[in-house]
Ligand binder design. Sequence first.
Ligand code: SF4
Length: 382
Amino acid sequence: MMTAAANRPQALYLHVPFCRTICYYCDFCHEVYRRETAEDWLQAVRKQLAGTEIGPLKTIYIGGGTPTSLDADLLDELLGLLDPYRCAETEEYTIEINPETLTDEKAALLQRHGVNRASLGFQTADAALLQKINRHHTPQDVERAAACLRAHDIDNISLDLMYSLPGQTMASLQDSVHQALAIRPDHLSLYSLTVEPDTVFGRRGIEPLDEDTEADMYEWICRTLPAHGYEQYEISNFARPGRESRHNLVYWHYEDFTGISCGASGKEGNIRYDMPARLSAYLADPLGRDELVLAEEDMMFEMLMMGLRLKQGVSAADFKKRFDQDLHDVYGDIIDQMTARGLLVYSEGRLACTEAGFPILNSILVEFLPETENTLAPQAGE
Ligand code: SF4
C-alpha cells in the first residue's frame, strides 16, 4: 500500500529467520543457518525493501531467529540494506543477539551501522536447564558479550530471561536473576515458558511448572526487580528510568509498524498483515503478504489488548482521538464490573490493570472481546 511519507509507519521490524541451533521451546520462524540460504534470503529482503514505502523511522528492531547467526559479511550486507532508512529521528536501533554468536568483528559492524541497543538471550544461569532447553551459552558468555558491546559504545543492553522452565526451582530463578543483575543491564524481559505443540518440547509432551509456582515466580520477579531500580512498565518488561523499549512501546501504544521478512507482521492503519511464515514462501514472493482489514470495534479491542499490558494502561484521550468515541461509552459496563472486582482501575484519564489484574490479563480481555469477532482472542503473554 502506498502512503504519504507523513503517514508511513515510523517503526520497522525485520525478522532474521536463522539460528545456529534450535531451542527446544521455540516456535518462532527459524531455520538452522546455512550460508547459501541466507544469501538468497538477503536478496528477498532487498526486493521487499525496494518495493515498500518506508520511514522516516524512529525505531528499528532486528529480531529473530538470531540475527548474529549470519556470517559477518552477510550481517554487514543486511545492516547496509537498512542504512538508507536511518535518519536524525532514529532514536533506537535494536538487534537481538545470542551471546555465543557475537564476535568483536560483528560488534564493530553493529556500531558502524548505528545500532545502539542490544537484546541478549540470557534465559537462565542454571547449566542443567540451559542444556535442557538446548541453549549453548553460559552467564559468563552473556557477560562477555555485554562487555564487548559496551566497548563498541552499544551501551543500552537488555537481557531476556525465562521462568517456569521444567524442573526450575524458585532458588534457581533467584540465582539467575541475581546473576543477570550483576551484568548491569538497562532493561530486563522475563517470559514464562509456554509450550507450543510444534516445538521439541511440545512433541515430547514437556510441560511448564504448575500455575501456582509460576504465579509465585512472577510475584517474586515483580517485587524484586523494582527494588533493584528496574521499574515494571509492562507485564513482562522492566527498565531503568528512560530505558524502556521504544520500539516495543509502538506495539503497546497500538501504533503502526512495518514488518520485513518471513515471520514478521505489520500494521498500517486498519490493515494488519502477516508476511509468510515459511522461508520458502518468502523467497518465492518477498512482497506477498496476508492482509486483514480490521473493523473499528476490532481496533478498539486491540488497542485495549495491547495498552493494558502497560503498567500505565490506556489513555482515554488517545482512545477518543483515534476513534472519536469515549472509552466509557464503548466499554462502560465492563469497566465498571472490572473496577468493582479490583482488576482494573481508572485514574487520571487512564485505564490500567491493578496488581491483581495483571497476572490474569487474558481473562480480563476476554470480557472486552467484540461479540461478532472470534479471530482476535488474546495471545498468551510474550
Ligand atoms: S529461541 Fe531464539 S535462538 Fe532459540 S531457536 Fe528460537 S529464535 Fe532461535
